[in-house]
Design a protein around this ligand. Structure first.
Ligand SMILES: [Zn+2]
Length: 427
């Protein structure tokens, strides 16, 4: 079987151990050895990674593949699915180009966009990460995602249900259509004045039935939840992934800590941090407008809650809510810096959120760390994220990307087979 030997890199294995320097050998889709000096065979592909940082590929923890330059809900509603499938394909490519070899889906502009792209990627016909496909967000009448009014009926990027039977049917339909990750809109949201972030329109019974149904089909269930009551209902109802989770009290923090081996939490702090830093001002979302939307308070609560959750050993994931006019797909690595600056993570711990925790959320037990036997999803960085985490803020410093043993991207010279002349001289 074809082998790839990456030599002389600094190896960050994502296991919590200190980085080592050495070689990593990949055979087929898996890692064979890590750290020891490789015995190079004549038909190996050998890559000289001297001076480069090797780490597991990252996971985007709340992917909206079909979001590109979105400035209003209108941008998700107006284009047709035929157009948006190209958008989602571009989103997938932008992610893997930036070192994200996995994407844990949130929701999409249309039901099957991520399903279609996932299937094409898996068939090897499109470039992209491993994808757990999200579908539409599932919400209730009058809450986030319900764009309709009596005088102006229209369909948003959502399915609107009321009561447990409609919920069960909607989740079953998502499962039938191939969605891996079902997403509920449990709490309100600052972009929906009818239902601000601290309210909880979805009932416990609706959430519980959704979770039970998704699990019956072997799928994951995730929730948009900013309110304290919403997050409590989610943990108690068996939700797997909690998105945002800004507001908390002691009871909620305790509940989440008790469930920490079962749940994943995605703060999606990038969106609000960018708005308050003025990065969305050109699109009308100035810090002043953010103030009217109560975003400073949400940000303050996010910092408090997620700092607490970090201390309690919660499995955080990076990413989420990129693809807006001010936040390109492929810049999700910026979250690493937000995790360090706002939640008190060390650079090492932030990288573990992006790699090890991501692999676990994707549903694999052999992904997200560089260990013999694991799937060979790895990236090479021209820089050291442990001293400068910002090198992962975009695709520029990601010089090599491998997914499942296949080289997706390389700006390095790769000899067809065997040692490059430089390495031969050094042997
Ligand atoms: Zn989102």
């Amino acid at each position: 079987m074809a082998r790839t030997v990456i030599r002389h890199a600094t190896l960050f294995c994502g296991t919590g151990a200190a980085p080592l320097s050495g070689d990593i050998v990949v055979e087929g889709e898996r890692i064979v050895s890590v750290g020891s000096t490789a015995q190079v065979r004549p038909d190996d592909i050998v890559i000289d990674a001297t001076g480069l940082f090797c780490m597991p590929g990252m996971t985007e923890g709340h992917a909206h593949l079909s979001f590109e330059n979105v400035c209003a809900t209108e941008d998700l509603i107006t284009p047709c699915a035929e157009t948006q499938v190209f958008t989602a394909a571009r989103g997938a490519k932008a992610l893997i180009d930036a070192g994200f070899t996995s994407a844990y889906g949130a929701s999409e502009a249309k039901l099957k966009l991520a399903v279609a792209v996932r299937d094409e990627v898996n068939a090897g016909r499109l470039p992209g990460p491993r994808i757990r496909a999200g579908g539409l967000e599932i919400s209730v009448t009058g809450a986030m995602g319900d764009e309709s009014r009596l005088h102006n009926p229209r369909v948003g990027p959502s399915t609107i249900v009321d009561g447990v039977e409609e919920m069960r049917k909607a989740v079953r339909l998502h499962c039938r259509e191939g969605v891996d990750n079902v997403k509920l809109d449990v709490s309100g949201d600052p972009f929906y004045p009818n239902t601000p972030a601290h309210v909880t329109p979805m009932t416990f019974e609706e959430i519980r039935v959704a979770a039970e149904t998704a699990h019956a089909y072997g799928r994951r269930i995730n929730a948009h939840t900013r309110s304290i009551e919403g997050s409590k209902r989610c943990v108690r109802a068996g939700v797997d992934g909690l998105f945002h989770t800004e507001y908390s009290d002691e009871e909620l923090l305790d509940l989440m800590e008790e469930a920490r081996d079962r749940i994943f939490v995605v703060p999606t702090i990038g969106l609000f941090a960018q708005i308050m830093a003025g990065e969305a001002s050109a699109h009308g979302l100035t810090p002043e407008v953010g103030g009217y939307m109560n975003i400073p308070e949400l940000l303050e609560n996010s910092i408090h809650t997620h700092t607490e959750l970090r201390k309690r050993g919660i499995r955080h994931l990076i990413g989420g809510d990129y693809g807006f006019g001010w936040s390109k797909q492929g810049t999700q690595g910026r979250d690493l810096e937000f995790f360090v600056d706002h939640f008190g993570y060390s650079t090492t711990e932030a990288l573990l959120c992006a790699t090890r925790n991501g692999g676990q959320a994707m549903g694999y037990d052999d992904l997200g760390t560089l260990e013999p036997g694991n799937l060979a999803d790895l990236i090479l960085i021209d820089g050291d994220p442990l001293t400068d985490i910002a090198v992962l803020a975009g695709p520029e410093k990601v010089v090599f990307v491998m997914k499942g043993g296949a080289i997706h991207k390389s700006t390095l010279p790769i000899p067809a087979r065997g040692l490059s002349p430089v390495l031969q001289a050094a042997e």
